[in-house]
Design a protein around this ligand. Structure first.
Ligand code: HEM
Length: 317
């Protein structure tokens, strides 16, 4: 016969509300918690559902992804708890940037080949990647100034400023500052790759070719691409976008293209803004580890316009 005792063992969620369990007796206690049911159950074997369980002679998930190699690449230099977060945030951002470059390279190829519709899908994906990168700041924001100060010294002069993939994304899109090659001089293969990008029309230059070809039927009045400097707004280009935006029914594909670019730049701008705000939150107005004025430098970068004519034309409509 169970010993009677009254006790509240805590609260559990049932349906939509919180219900406290008032329990009477030890057997009842176990039954009401469902403990005996759980422990007496045999552990579910996914093999009965067909799951492959042995990988001695087969390619596993980890093999395919080279997961151990990836997971072995985080090497905090301090004992600070938050340094792992900082490393993973940067490494995952770099992985997403790798995908951005993959997509943008294919997008430029597709555009040059006149395959505009498949290219839209790639541009949409790039925008989503930036959106996803924007979400990542939420995690980094959980790091306080004190947390960061515990390992900041370990970073030495290293900084995201030296991210060659970030610079390449800017170069591919059309924001081309040759001064940004210099931090990569010590890695000739990377430096040459970046320098090579400055010899060919940017993605936006190819968009402009498509714009003139479609509207004018030729490139006679198209301004020459600005290969090795940041793209500056050109009145001839803006006039063509105006034509498109004033009659979207006639120029639907160009209109869709214009909006896809605005979308992409919108998400990219948000990334820059989130970065600058997070940095201010963490280091205030201290200089960056890369040597710049820090937040002031990042705020200056907020003024960058990748596709200026597409933004300026809005004031004319
Ligand atoms: C608390 C975290 C972070 C701080 C305090 C920080 C700080 C800074 C600062 C001060 C700069 C200006 C250059 C310098 O003098 O160092 C910079 C640049 C940069 N950072 Fe960060 N950053 C943080 C997180 C990140 C993350 C997660 C990424 C992702 C890859 C990133 C990517 C970049 C890039 C690409 C630049 C160059 C921006 C440009 O030149 O327009 N940063 N960062």
């Amino acid at each position: 016969m169970p010993i009677d005792f009254d006790v509240h063992i805590g609260c559990s969620v049932a349906g939509v509300g919180w219900h406290c369990l008032a329990v009477r007796g030890s057997n009842d206690l176990q039954q009401e918690r469902g403990v005996s049911d759980q422990t007496n159950k045999q552990a579910y074997n996914p093999e009965t559902d067909g799951a492959k369980m042995g990988f001695a002679d087969a390619m596993s998930y980890g093999d395919y992804l080279h997961l151990q190699t990836v997971l072995d690449q985080q090497h905090p230099l301090s004992k600070a708890h938050d340094e792992l977060l900082f490393i993973i945030q940067h490494q995952t951002s770099e992985l997403w940037m790798k995908l951005v470059l993959h997509e943008m390279s294919a997008a430029r190829q597709a555009l040059k080949a006149g395959q505009v519709t498949p290219m839209f899908k790639m541009l949409a994906r790039v925008s989503r990647i930036f959106e996803q990168l924007n979400g990542q700041w939420e995690v980094l924001r959980t790091m306080t100034p004190a947390d960061y100060s515990h390992f900041r010294e370990s970073l030495g002069p290293s900084s995201g400023f030296q991210s060659w993939q970030y610079r390449m994304i800017e170069y591919v899109l059309g924001n081309r500052n040759p001064n940004m090659l210099r931090p990569h001089e010590h890695m000739p293969a990377i430096r040459d790759q970046l320098a090579h990008e400055l010899t060919q029309p940017s993605f936006y230059d190819e968009v402009v070719v498509y714009l003139f070809q479609t509207l004018d039927g030729n490139l006679d009045r198209m301004p020459a691409p600005q290969l090795d400097k940041p793209h500056e707004a050109q009145p001839e280009i803006q006039a063509r976008w105006k034509q498109v935006y004033q009659d979207v029914e006639t120029h639907w594909t160009l209109y869709e293209l214009g909006e896809k670019l605005v979308d992409l730049e919108d998400y990219f701008r948000r990334w820059r803004f989130n970065h600058a705000t997070t940095v201010e939150r963490v280091i205030g107005f201290k200089c960056g580890t890369g040597g710049t004025s820090g937040v002031q430098y990042l705020r200056r970068m907020l003024g960058v316009e990748l596709f200026p004519e597409l933004w300026h034309v809005r004031g004319e409509l």
